[in-house]
Design a protein around this ligand. Structure first.
Ligand code: TYD
Ligand code: MG
Length: 456
């Protein structure tokens, strides 16, 4: 038996070194080297793709490169099409990342089952064919041109692909696949790097799109080397809270479209359902008379929706008051509470504050500051905010309300859902004439003005 050689590989950039080093000379990251074993050097042995090496490349001027009409593949799923920028581009490599149990396998299997006139090869390295069958039965009818294979060897996968000639390949997951070219275990940096590079070559040379599923490490980024994200054309992140039913499909990188698009799903007994109008789900229908609820007009990516922010303020029982926020940055909340103390005489030291964004969603839009601070004050004063008012605005340290983006979209969405009043930052409208709309626009410059408008 040959003795396996060990090298140290940087988890950030994939550079290697014969010895462990603290700082990577290639990318400058600290403490990123891990040991890996390799027996054969990849350049000496034959590529697993030898059957596909068809074209000899030749440099050409851009004007002579033929694009054809790039026909994007319709994924039979409005949300997925939207996130991909209008469908799947032939020959593209798409990575879908997400926490365990969030629904990545469900999403791709459901897509594979719904695709029309398209031969799909679903390679599973995680579940048995029986498990997949049980899952597929919950999701919909089994179609003849969706083929399932449980395989983890990259070489074998390419044999299957050659035999089947699929229109789309799905690999669940890249961390379970291994190639004989390197001897390290599946999921290690060199395995993930070698396998994804071979898959990329296959996709580009044959024009077959490939969907890859990727695990997420405990820091929340896609496990494996950072180069994986550089290699692929598109990176999608599937996120949400496991205890809630909403899931968001976010585009982190897209070589063929904008990253501003966002897909929203609801996890049901029989799979994922597209949510085309998120506002209707995220608003509790009946909270008349309850204090501590403010409706925010938020935007994620380019989609406007209205969402409930809920706060509970109670007298602190112990010396140190409790602060807790779900779906909102706790440091930002502490900053807003300090503004509240300065501007509205809210005594921070004596209050416990709990904050919650409805539906288990994490909202990154700064415009949610004003609704958050209003919900806290509403609960603290025990005064209800009227049902038909919604608001948006970023709050600065001195209590000023700062302009936010896409104000027209927010106003139109609020009007569409039947709100009668929207509170927004002064000088944000820039020529937008809202007088013809069925919603009253209230512009405010400072938090005090907003509070006067809400609580009289
Ligand atoms: P799964 O796709 O296995 O997650 P991942 O591949 O990201 O690890 O999804 C697992 C969860 O989804 C599981 O906890 C049950 C739930 N689920 C439903 O609620 N409805 C369904 O129809 C299916 C198939 C799964
Ligand atoms: Mg899975």
């Amino acid at each position: 038996m040959t003795k396996a050689k060990s090298v140290y590989v940087c988890t950030q950039c994939g550079a290697d070194s014969p010895k462990w080093i603290g700082k990577c000379p290639a990318c400058g990251a600290w403490n990123t080297y891990v040991e890996e074993f390799i027996a054969k050097s990849p350049t000496q042995s034959q590529s697993p793709l030898h059957g596909y090496e068809v074209s000899k490349s030749k440099p050409l001027p851009l004007s002579e490169i033929q694009t054809g009409d790039e026909i994007r593949l319709d994924m039979s799923d409005g949300e997925l099409n939207r996130v991909l920028g209008g469908g799947l581009v032939p020959g593209s490599l798409v990575l879908i990342g997400g926490e365990p149990g969030i629904g990545k396998s469900t999403l791709v299997l459901q897509t594979a089952l719904n695709l029309k006139n398209c031969k799909t090869l679903y390679v599973s390295g995680e579940e048995s064919a029986k498990q997949l069958k049980l899952r597929a039965e919950r999701l919909g009818e089994a179609r003849a041109d969706c083929l399932i294979v449980c395989e983890t060897s990259l070489e074998q996968i390419f044999v299957h692909i050659k035999n089947v000639q699929p229109d789309i390949v799905i690999i669940d997951s890249i961390q379970t696949i291994f190639t004989e070219l390197t001897e390290s275990s599946p999921g290690s940096i060199s395995q993930v790097r070698e396998c994804s590079a071979a898959i990329l070559k296959f996709a580009k040379e044959t024009g077959t799109p490939v969907l890859l599923i990727g695990h997420i490490n405990k820091e929340g980024s896609i496990a494996g080397p950072k180069v994986l994200e550089h290699i692929v054309d598109t990176v999608l992140q599937f996120e949400g809270d496991q205890h809630y039913m909403y899931r968001i499909l976010r585009n982190i990188k897209n070589r063929f479209g904008s990253t501003a698009e966002l897909g929203i799903y609801e996890m049901r007994q029989n799979g994922l359902r597209e949510v085309s109008n998120p506002s209707e789900l995220l608003l509790t229908q009946n909270h008349e008379g309850l204090s501590g609820v403010a409706i925010a007009s938020a935007i994620e990516g380019v989609r406007p929706f209205l969402i409930e922010t809920q706060a509970l303020v109670s007298t602190a029982a112990y010396g140190t008051p409790q602060r807790s926020a779900t779906g909102f940055d706790i440091r930002r909340m502490n900053m807003l509470l300090a503004v509240l103390e300065k501007r509205a005489g809210f005594k921070l030291i004596q209050k416990d504050v709990f904050l919650n964004i409805a539906g288990g969603l994490k909202v990154n839009d700064p415009a949610i500051d004003l609704p958050v601070i209003s919900a806290v004050l509403s609960s603290s004063l025990d005064v209800t905010i009227e049902r038909e008012v919604c608001m948006c605005g970023e709050i600065g340290l001195s209590g000023e309300i700062r302009p936010i983006n896409r104000i027209e979209q927010r106003i139109l969405e609020a009007e569409k859902l039947g709100f009668q009043r929207i509170i927004l930052p002064k000088n944000n409208l820039k020529g937008f004439d809202g007088r013809k709309l069925n919603i009253r626009i209230v512009e405010v410059r400072r938090v005090e003005e907003a509070f006067r408008e809400l609580f009289g």
